[in-house]
Design a protein around this ligand. Structure first.
Ligand code: PGA
Length: 237
């Protein structure tokens, strides 16, 4: 099984989501049954994505975050059961942008993981080291620590080095292989591990060719329809 996740972050409009859905659906016409594609638009466009895409076991939508609580007086909050009610089957959790810019703590990520499981969602949990940790050779320790705290059940794990996100920099293929193998040595060889961070049409083949890489989580490049079509083609090979 191979996974392609499009994380639109805080981008999009109804028109762009509809245009993307049309192109994605067309590109997926050639995709093998072994490819699972997950589109994660902002919450406000989940319904648009649901009605524009023929969702099935291999094509799903997901949220980019969820609350740890199921309901209540949490203005602005979106709970895991609400995502599920909107047709989402996945939710991205632990993303470094939320940890860095919104000060999300390890405990909050763990609680959200539980909330996602309780609602029947599969978390796409992001793990990865900072630039300094990378320089200090602490990558594998950081990964072990994050996995131990956050991953208690069924999940897709995305190895996303913080310094590779949106930067155009990516680890060497050897570094990616080492990190992914380490994650699988902790969670089991059947654990799907995706790579994320500056994936684009020009490098996706090389990344997907690395041993122990089960897919990719794409941010910026997934916003461009021609890039996304090229990446679907590459992932379908
Ligand atoms: P990027 O983002 O592809 O724009 O680097 C990846 C992510 O943050 O999930």
């Amino acid at each position: 099984m191979r996974y392609l996740v499009a994380n639109w972050k805080m981008n999009g409009s109804h028109d762009r989501v509809r245009g993307f859905a049309f192109a994605l659906n067309r590109a997926l016409g050639m995709a093998p049954a072994s490819l699972t594609t997950i589109f994660c638009p902002p919450f406000t466009y989940l319904e648009t994505a649901r009605s524009a895409l023929p969702l099935n076991a291999r094509l799903a939508i997901g949220g980019q975050n969820c609350a740890k609580d199921t309901e209540g007086a949490f203005t602005g909050g979106i709970s895991a059961p609400m995502l599920s009610d909107c047709g989402a089957r996945y939710v991205i959790l632990g993303h470094s942008e939320r940890r860095l810019f919104m000060h999300e703590t390890d405990d909050q990520v763990s609680a959200k993981m539980k909330a996602a499981h309780d609602a029947g969602l599969t978390p796409i949990v992001c793990v990865g080291e900072t630039e300094q940790e990378h320089k200090d050779g602490k990558t594998l320790d950081v990964l072990a620590c994050q996995l131990k705290q956050w991953v208690k059940g069924n999940a897709l794990v995305a190895y996303e080095p913080v310094w590779a996100i949106g930067s155009g920099k990516i680890p060497t293929t050897k570094e990616i292989e080492t990190a992914h193998s380490h994650i699988k040595s902790i969670l089991g060889s059947a654990q799907p591990v995706l790579y994320g961070g500056s994936v684009k049409a020009a490098n996706i083949r090389e990344i997907l060719g690395v041993k122990a890489v089960d897919g990719v989580l794409i941010g910026g490049a997934s916003l461009k329809i021609d890039e996304m079509e090229a990446m679907v083609r590459a992932a379908s090979e």
